[in-house]
Design a protein around this ligand. Structure first.
Ligand SMILES: Cc1cc2nc3c(=O)[nH]c(=O)nc-3n(C[C@H](O)[C@H](O)[C@H](O)COP(=O)(O)OP(=O)(O)OC[C@H]3O[C@@H](n4cnc5c(N)ncnc54)[C@H](O)[C@@H]3O)c2cc1C
Ligand code: FES
Length: 252
């Protein structure tokens, strides 16, 4: 279902990482994943060659996006977050909603799924931090302008936590329901390790089994962003060690 994710492990010594479904073809039996190389495992994936195998992949995990007809839904994606919004856009369009997409990235080279979104959405608004394409600045300005036109029944956002926090702050004064897809550190993805716990409306929730989507106006963003940094020193050491072992494999 749109909104769900998988957890994969590249090889027997690999860590488990969660990745959202960027496209689903139940007839063909395929899924698409879009991965942004930010650390050891995602970089290791990015240098894999066509035809190489991923050792195991567990899913679908989490709950699918609640799809029902709304007058106008605005989907706000940042970075890799635009990809999981694509099947969500198709599902909202299929039930007769008008779908508007606001997508942002640091620069135009990092924009993805623009053409795909244009095929599904009535409008695609692009913003880049450096102004290399579309509106210069962050996605919230384009979102605010679209909200001011009225008629929006729902906002769904996927991307970095800081972006989803400010998207939620932007929609709050308009009273528009805002669904966010949370991305805490995950291990098992089945509600057993507690690694993905988040605080929503003052209650502890597990993003893997209760989410990953929650009401953005009720999320404790500070706790989420603090917990995301729990293993930063270990992640850096692990990535540095991997880079030393693979000098020459990396393009940069
Ligand atoms: C439900 C869910 C769906 C996701 N979907 C996608 C997706 O479709 N495509 C994609 O590229 N990534 C996705 N992510 C994020 C992805 O899982 C992380 O980027 C990945 O685990 C990083 O692993 P690494 O070993 O490469 O880097 P690490 O060394 O583990 O981390 C490198 C850097 O990335 C940050 N990071 C680590 N984990 C996360 C995280 N969960 N969210 C945000 N930043 C993180 C770290 O703080 C650190 O700064 C998703 C995360 C969740 C929880
Ligand atoms: S990832 Fe372990 S409880 Fe959610």
């Amino acid at each position: 279902m749109p909104g769900q994710f998988v957890i994969l492990r590249l090889h027997a010594k690999g860590e488990r990482i969660p990745i959202s479904l960027a496209d689903i073809d139940p007839v063909g039996g395929t899924i698409s994943l879009i991965v942004m190389a930010v650390g050891k495992t995602t970089t290791e994936m990015s240098v894999m060659k066509e035809g190489e195998d991923i050792l195991d992949l567990c899913g679908p995990l989490g709950n699918g996006t609640h799809i029902e007809k709304v007058n106008k839904v605005i989907l706000v994606g940042g970075g890799f977050g635009v990809a999981p919004l694509y099947p969500i856009a198709r599902a909202f369009k299929a039930v007769g909603s008008e779908v508007v997409c606001v997508m942002g990235a640091r620069s135009k080279d990092l924009l993805i799924y623009e053409k795909e979104m244009e095929d599904v959405c009535s409008k695609v608004l692009v913003s880049t931090d450096d102004g290399s394409k579309g509106m210069k600045g962050v996605v919230t300005e384009a979102l605010r302008q679209e909200l001011e036109k009225g008629g929006t029944g729902l906002v769904v956002t996927v991307g970095p936590a800081i972006m989803m926090k400010f998207v939620s702050e932007t929609t709050r004064p308009f009273g528009v329901k805002t669904v966010v897809s949370l991305n805490p550190i995950m291990v098992d993805g089945t509600g057993m390790c507690g690694g993905c716990r988040v605080t929503v409306a003052g209650k502890t929730q597990f993003a893997c089994t209760d989410g990953p989507e929650f009401d953005g106006h009720q999320v404790d963003w500070d706790i989420l962003m603090t917990r995301q940094k729990t293993f930063t020193p270990e992640q850096r050491v692990s990535f540095d060690n991997w880079k030393q072992r693979h000098t020459g494999v990396l393009c940069e």
